[in-house]
Design a protein around this ligand. Structure first.
Ligand SMILES: [Zn+2]
Ligand SMILES: [Zn+2]
Length: 147
């Protein structure tokens, strides 16, 4: 079980599903919208997460949209346009859980903040996405341009 909320409490969510993965993203966008060194995400099947209210949306790039609360500014989620069946929820919004929430990978280390040192947590380390994910994006982009 995971229950979470934005800072002002206007947007809340819960799920009884098992997390699919946990990734810590150090990309430039995650740094800007967190105002910090990274954002950590836990992802679920979109259909298995219940929201009291859908997060407000910002299309951060051609491949993904970000969910946030326009009242308090909390960054809450991310959905890739080619993978809408999965929702990546920002770990910092989790209020209550019985999962251990151990990160599986640090991604986009090519953009890592120079002032931040990653703990020796045993998680995988990648410069960008995994190769498998890059392939997924490439395939989706090709489909877009060819109609
Ligand atoms: Zn809020
Ligand atoms: Zn990122």
């Amino acid at each position: 079980m995971i229950k979470g909320s934005c800072a002002c409490g206007r947007i809340q969510y819960s799920t009884d599903a098992q997390p699919l993965s946990i990734n810590v993203c150090h990309c430039g966008t995650c740094q800007r919208i967190s105002g910090s060194a990274f954002l950590a995400f836990v992802d679920f099947q979109t259909s298995q997460v219940t929201w009291t209210q859908q997060p407000d949306k910002w299309s951060c790039s051609d491949i993904a949209g970000r969910g946030y609360c326009k009242m308090c500014g909390s960054t809450m989620s991310m959905i890739y346009h080619f993978e809408k069946e999965q929702t990546y929820i920002c770990l910092g919004t989790v209020v209550e859980t019985d999962h251990s929430l151990q990160p599986g990978a640090h991604i986009f280390l090519k953009d890592k903040a120079p002032w931040f040192t990653i703990a020796d947590d045993g998680a995988r380390r990648r410069d960008t996405f995994s190769l498998e994910f890059e392939e997924k994006i490439k395939k989706w982009k090709a489909e877009q341009t060819h109609g």
